[in-house]
Design a protein around this ligand. Structure first.
Ligand code: THU
Length: 131
């Protein structure tokens, strides 16, 4: 399941801009209507200005008007020796932009696992805390 979005994430990974870490990440948001939005990690000589692939993909989707109800799945792939897990900042962004049941597919080509956004960030801080 979700082979196409994983494949698209691997295609995106070819465009990863990672001259400092050499760690390449690709991501792709799959919408319920079939649209896909790619993203890659974009590094910076000022390391903190780096953007992760999954945030790049999600921000691209949001920039085209996509909202959480329209998102079917998110794929994140990397070329590491083990499956790359999303960083804490990305998990917080998932909690803002994805439904907690949305599948997040993680792969390094050799192994693939699927977790939900809710599983990746339990006990999240969210808009509900600001009411
Ligand atoms: N990276 C991602 O793109 N996604 C993650 O969730 C983890 C880290 C990138 C950021 C940086 O370009 C490189 O991996 C090494 O940290």
């Amino acid at each position: 399941m979700y082979e196409n979005v994983v494949k698209e994430a691997f295609e995106a990974m070819k465009c990863s801009y990672a001259p400092y870490s050499g760690y390449h990440v690709g991501a792709c948001v799959l919408c319920r209507d079939g649209r896909m939005f790619r993203g890659v990690n974009v590094e910076n000589a000022s390391y903190g200005a780096t953007n992760c692939a999954e945030r790049s993909a999600l921000f691209a989707a949001v920039s085209w008007g996509v909202r959480r109800e329209q998102i079917e799945a998110l794929a994140i792939v990397s070329d590491g020796r083990r499956i790359g897990m999303p960083c804490g900042i990305c998990r917080q962004v998932f909690s803002e932009l994805l439904d907690e049941k949305t599948p997040v597919i993680l792969s390094n080509g050799e192994q693939t696992i699927t977790l939900t956004a809710g599983e990746l960030l339990p006990y999240r801080f969210s808009a509900e805390d600001l009411q």
